[in-house]
Design a protein around this ligand. Structure first.
Ligand SMILES: Nc1ncnc2c1ncn2[C@@H]1O[C@H](COP(=O)(O)OP(=O)(O)OP(=O)(O)O)[C@@H](O)[C@H]1O
Ligand SMILES: [Mg+2]
Length: 372
């Protein structure tokens, strides 16, 4: 049985890293990330084209914590479809909060640097009116917490983060470290994520805020031209290893193994994300040409942009959009695209329930499998 004693991590920077051993992994992660940023940099409108990937990141980061909802569940919900159960509805609301927090952070970082204060505000958005509302959203915890099986007593904890009284000093040290210079910024980020999880500053949502920190930090340190880089796929694919490596961090040696794991995650995900972004861009270009040819309408491109920002939608929503033409014109445009197989009907209009359509290729590409 592990001791019922809170863990007190060493301050950052850590003096016990074996930098030499990390050099190849640092090189690979740096190269792949730079290549990814090159792709990001060349995008005409990254906010638009990456929009479904941002939602997918919110889905995957929340999935690590155990939510079951998928990207298409979230997109269907946004199109006005009811969630399949109360539980699923809560999942979806948490995911939408996650995306809202990510987008708020992207906006804030244009003018301000990354701070603990900002993380507090993101936490308040993340846990806004969902399961976490009784978990003091936006506030550093004043109670003990422990990590273990759901509902398990502290005696059965796998890990016990520091006592509340230790948090101000630990967080001040963490913030000073991330604002300062380290020999390598990716190693710095690996240590920051782990230290953040060990400190566990909030009563809940620490995993998600710690993962949100990744693109924000990279942008803040100017390693990315936009704060859009998504790592949760790797942690979700290697969930057991992610948790085991975090759990091992009460020993000095484990910090090197953790850092190597984290650098591998960056390299693998940079490559995978770059590939996905390239395919999204190719899809966009192909559909643009197709939509123009099919509709011969000046609204073809604005409509396509609308579909990329919301790839599952109720046709009603477009009728209300001031940027769209009149209802009969929209109806005709949608029919042409549906007949050509660009759009897929997920639900027929019946009574007061509107028709629901999907840009299926985009949803499936982002979800990584045939989902609609
Ligand atoms: N032994 C450990 N030491 C440090 N951190 C850990 C350990 N085990 C898990 N973690 C981190 O704690 C997170 C869970 O904490 P918490 O429930 O506060 O966050 P969350 O965002 O609600 O959940 P989560 O992963 O569960 O999304 C995990 O995601 C992981 O990042
Ligand atoms: Mg949790």
């Amino acid at each position: 049985m592990p001791a019922v004693k809170p863990f007190l991590p060493k301050r950052l920077p850590r003096a016990d890293l074996d930098w030499r051993a990390l050099v190849p992994a640092i090189g690979r992660a740096t190269r792949e990330l730079a290549r990814y940023d090159g792709i990001l940099h060349g995008l005409p409108d990254p906010g638009l084209l990456l929009s479904p990937l941002t939602t997918q990141e919110a889905v995957l980061s929340s999935k690590i914590e155990g939510t079951q909802a998928t990207l298409s569940d979230v997109l269907r919900f946004e199109a006005g479809e009811p969630a399949s159960s109360g539980e699923r509805g809560e999942d979806i609301r948490e995911i939408l909060n996650y995306r809202r927090a990510l987008r708020a952070a992207e906006r804030e970082l244009k003018n301000n640097s990354l701070s603990l204060k900002l993380l507090g505000r993101l936490h308040a958005v993340l846990l806004d009116s969902v399961r976490g509302r009784d978990k003091t959203p936006g506030r550093i915890r004043r109670t003990r917490v422990w990590i273990g099986a759901p509902g398990a007593p502290i005696e059965a904890a796998r890990f016990i983060p520091p006592l509340p009284a230790r948090l101000p000093a630990l967080l001040a040290n963490l913030e000073a470290y991330w604002r300062g210079e380290e020999l390598d910024p990716l190693v710095q980020l690996a240590l920051i994520h782990a230290q953040f999880e060990i400190i566990h500053p909030f009563r809940d949502g620490n995993g998600r805020i710690g993962r949100m920190l990744v693109p924000l930090f990279l942008y803040d340190k100017k390693l990315l031209s936009r704060p859009m880089f998504y790592l949760s796929q790797y942690f979700e694919d290697h969930r057991a290893e992610y948790i085991v490596r975090l759990c091992a961090l009460n020993g000095a040696q484990a910090w090197n193994a953790w850092t190597a794991f984290f650098l591998r995650a960056i390299a693998v995900q940079a490559e995978a994300n770059g590939d996905k972004v390239r395919r999204i861009l190719a899809l966009y270009e192909r559909l643009k040409a197709q939509a123009i040819a099919l509709t011969r309408s000046q609204y073809a491109v604005p409509l396509l942009d609308r579909l990329f920002s919301q790839p599952i939608f109720a046709s009603n929503d477009l009728f209300r959009d001031p940027r769209m033409p009149t209802k009969p014109v929209v109806t005709q445009l949608l029919r042409r695209l549906t007949d050509a197989g660009v759009l897929k009907q997920l639900r027929e209009a019946r009574g007061r329930r509107p028709q629901v359509l999907a840009l299926a290729e985009l949803v499936n590409l982002c979800e990584g499998k045939k989902a609609v």
